[in-house]
Write a protein that binds this ligand. Structure first.
Ligand code: DGL
Length: 273
């Protein structure tokens, strides 16, 4: 397959399963695209790791995706988008690279009325201040309240999506955002759309929740369309799944994140790249 041609796959990666929430949106908006998904299940979570570690992992995965002739790389992981986007772009050269941060920020800046935006994410994402800098670049004078929510990822991975414990923890995490009077909150982590119902209950109806998965999928469509790279076939695209460890566990949990069971998941020795 010629590199850059319409039938080449979109490459999407995440630290693990969470990126399936982004994939779900991508499939909804671009059903005919061939897609390769890589989940770094051997090294998840990224949100508690150092910047150097996340940069190194992201570089390896980018090389893996390039080997598969991807026509675009979507960095579904917020932590990798926050810490390693430039490294990924350097390796990808002419292949367009899209991270989740810019898309979420653009939506948040256009939605806020009182100019107070809250950001929730992993500890590494919040510490990087990537969301904060992107908001400042795009939105000018906006009050930004950041809140790491490290317990949300393991709670979602355990399937505690509707549980009282998750709600109690959400109340503690989200209190500073409510107190500051934010009218928009960015869900800056792949896992948070899974507990959107609880987050909504805790923050109330008036706060607008920005789901980066939706925003970034629209951007991917726009970029492919501008470059004439949309796959024109009427048939549904082919989906391929790769992980760095425990493909069976990935299969089992895929139903929760993607809404359907993925049976064919291949294990890759990602350290080779
Ligand atoms: N995928 C990560 C993110 O969106 C969450 C899970 C992790 O910490 O690796 O930031």
């Amino acid at each position: 397959m010629k590199s850059g041609s319409n039938n080449n796959p979109i490459g999407i990666f995440d630290s693990g399963l969470g990126g399936l929430t982004v994939l779900k949106e991508l499939i909804r908006i671009l059903p005919s695209e061939n897609i390769i998904y890589f989940g770094d299940t051997a090294r998840v979570p990224y949100g508690t790791k150092s910047k150097n570690a996340v940069r190194n992992f992201s570089r390896q995965i980018t090389k893996f995706l390039i080997r598969h002739d991807v026509k675009l790389i979507l960095v579904a992981c917020n932590t990798a988008s926050a810490l390693a986007l430039n490294d990924i772009k350097k390796i990808a050269k002419k292949i367009p690279v899209v991270g989740v941060i810019k898309s979420g920020v653009r939506a948040a800046v256009s939605e806020t009325v009182n100019k107070k935006i809250g950001i929730i994410g992993t500890s590494a994402t919040i510490k990087s201040e990537s969301y904060k800098s992107a908001i400042k670049r795009l939105g000018g004078k906006i009050k930004i309240i950041q809140q790491p929510c490290p317990l949300f990822v393991p709670l979602v991975e355990e399937g505690w999506i509707d549980s009282k414990i998750t709600e109690d923890i959400a109340k503690i995490y989200l209190y500073p955002l409510k107190k500051a009077g934010c009218d928009v909150v960015i869900l800056g982590c792949t896992h948070y759309p899974m507990i959107k119902k609880i987050i909504r209950q805790v923050v109330g109806k008036k706060i607008k929740l920005i789901d980066s998965a939706k925003e970034v999928s629209k951007d991917v469509k726009k970029i492919l369309s501008n470059k004439g790279l949309i796959r024109m076939a009427k048939s549904r695209g082919n989906l391929k799944f790769y992980v760095s460890d425990a493909p069976d566990k990935f299969s089992k949990l895929s139903k929760i994140f993607l809404g359907k069971f993925i049976s064919d998941v291949k294990k890759v020795d990602i350290e080779r790249y």
